[in-house]
Write a protein that binds this ligand. Structure first.
Ligand code: ARG
Length: 481
């Protein structure tokens, strides 16, 4: 059996057409065409350079389709055996790097099918019965993405674990909580980290939802209208582990909203990573000095010998841009497409692949880096002492003594003003000075004004009191286990 592609000679319109339409697209597509494709068109329309990444899903899908064709009596058992043998060999060729991908065969599907026909002859030509590349590519992308979703779910979990375990060591570590980037109220570092765990846990939920809607079988839709062969779609779905069948053939070949949803999940998740990264960069700057990062996550400067830069966090923040961009690109790709399949859809792959790669790498490296964060509790505490972070606690104290909240708020504003003028903290004001502002104040006020006193008081569910945060840590550990 020879490979007709290797024997290809330049063709002219007068050449006799091959009987195998896949044999060589330097020849024309089929007997219908009177001239071959120009080289530029061939390069412009080819996707094999990137979609060969789908090869395993493509072979899996073909095997399931062929088994079903044989079970339904559409092809003979001998054909199935040939197809299985041929696809087995192709798998080995691709795994060992020996497979020759050919641009003139356009995409992963035609490359594999042509090789199969070279290897096993007519059985290879029967594989495509009742199938089109339109339902084939939709199936391949869904299968491939499902596998990537499962890997990402593991990485998202690891990211959450890293943050939960870091938090578990810092339920009593006070830092300033900010609003408007101004010191607002003391919170624990653990509480702050767990805010990100909440975000990532919602991301994981979104991902699980996307998986469910991705995991639906398009095969059987054929080109667009379904097929006249007696296919058993449920059997193919069961073989491939799909949870359901696409219920409308037109939708099956043209829908890419599973990919849009996935990109949307990824963009949101990267935005969460980006916010955390921004904080890590700030915390590591000299002006904050809240944390240090292990050297292996930092880079130096070629000119400033003193520099240690948090490049990994900065890049993670920066890479959120391309993932958000891919979402915009894919939405725009879909918006003008009439039903059903259009070649535009071929443009879904590069952004989708890059989204998966970028998110996977980012989650992996961020989880690792988070595990290596060195916390500097004294610096956090010093910063929390700076901005009158317990002023609200003084107001709440006055409310407990019977003042209406608005009056208490005003009294505390006065106290802060006096302290500010004298460059003091609220706790530096004497009891007599405080009582001059409001006689109801007693000596128990100093505990209320302390950072830990303030933190411990926030016992509401979801609050920053160490006992509450510990409950959340326990919940997360149970959830993630
Ligand atoms: N490479 C194509 C894609 O990615 C495969 C489907 C092509 N179908 C077609 N009728 N041209 O979308």
């Amino acid at each position: 059996m020879h490979d007709p592609l290797l024997l290809a000679t330049p063709v002219t319109a007068t050449h006799r057409m091959s009987t195998d339409p896949l044999a060589n697209r330097q020849q024309a597509w089929s007997a219908l065409f009177s001239e071959p494709m120009s080289e530029l068109v061939q390069r412009y329309t080819a996707s094999v350079g990137f979609d060969k990444r789908l090869w395993r899903a493509d072979i899996q899908g073909s095997l399931a389709h062929a088994e079903m064709l044989a079970a339904q009596g559409v092809i003979q058992p001998a054909d199935l055996a040939d197809i299985q043998r041929g696809l087995g060999q192709i798998t080995q060729e691709i795994e060992s790097g020996q497979f020759q991908w050919k641009l003139e065969l356009e995409d992963v599907h035609l490359n594999i099918e042509a090789r199969l026909t070279t290897l096993v002859g007519d059985a290879g030509k029967r594989l495509h019965t009742g199938r089109s590349r339109n339902d084939q590519v939709a199936t391949d992308v869904r299968l491939w993405l499902r596998g990537e979703i499962d890997k990402l779910a593991v990485l998202l979990k690891a990211m959450q674990w890293a943050l939960v375990e870091l938090a578990a060591r810092h339920t009593g570590t006070v830092m300033p909580g900010f609003t408007h980037m101004q010191v607002a109220q003391p919170v624990s570092f653990a509480h702050h980290l767990l805010a990100y765990v909440e975000m990532f846990s919602r991301d994981a939920e979104r991902l699980a939802e996307v998986r469910r809607r991705t995991n639906q079988l398009p095969l059987g839709a054929a080109a667009l209208a379904g097929t006249s062969y007696p296919l058993d779609r449920a059997r193919v779905a069961a073989t491939l582990g799909f949870e359901g069948l696409c219920q409308n053939s037109l939708d099956a070949v043209s829908d890419r909203d599973f990919a849009l949803e996935f990109s949307s999940f990824a963009a949101i998740c990267m935005v969460h990573v980006s916010r955390l990264s921004e904080e890590i960069v700030l915390w590591m700057s000299q002006n904050f000095g809240f944390i240090d990062l292990a050297d292996r996550y930092c880079t130096g400067s070629s000119i400033m010998p003193q520099k240690r830069n948090p490049d990994v966090a900065e890049l993670a923040r920066g890479k959120s841009g391309r993932v958000v961009g891919h979402l915009m690109g894919m939405l725009t790709l879909m918006k003008g497409q009439p039903l059903t399949y259009n070649k535009d859809n071929q443009e879904d792959k590069e952004p989708l692949f890059d989204t998966v790669d970028t998110l996977a790498d980012t989650l992996r490296i961020m989880a690792e880096m988070a595990g290596g964060i060195v916390v500097k509790p004294e610096a956090m505490e010093r910063a929390a002492l700076k901005g009158y972070a317990t002023a609200t606690d003084l107001a709440d104290y006055l409310v407990r003594k019977g003042l209406p909240f608005r009056d208490a708020h005003e009294t505390v504003a006065l106290a802060v003003k006096i302290a500010l003028q004298r460059g003091l903290a609220l706790t530096d004001l004497t009891l007599a000075e405080l009582q001059a502002l409001q006689p109801a104040i007693g000596s128990d006020v100093y505990e209320v004004l302390s950072l830990h006193g303030s933190m411990n008081a926030r016992q509401v569910l979801g609050g920053t009191a160490p006992a509450q945060v510990q409950l959340q840590i326990d919940r997360h550990r149970q959830r993630l286990a």
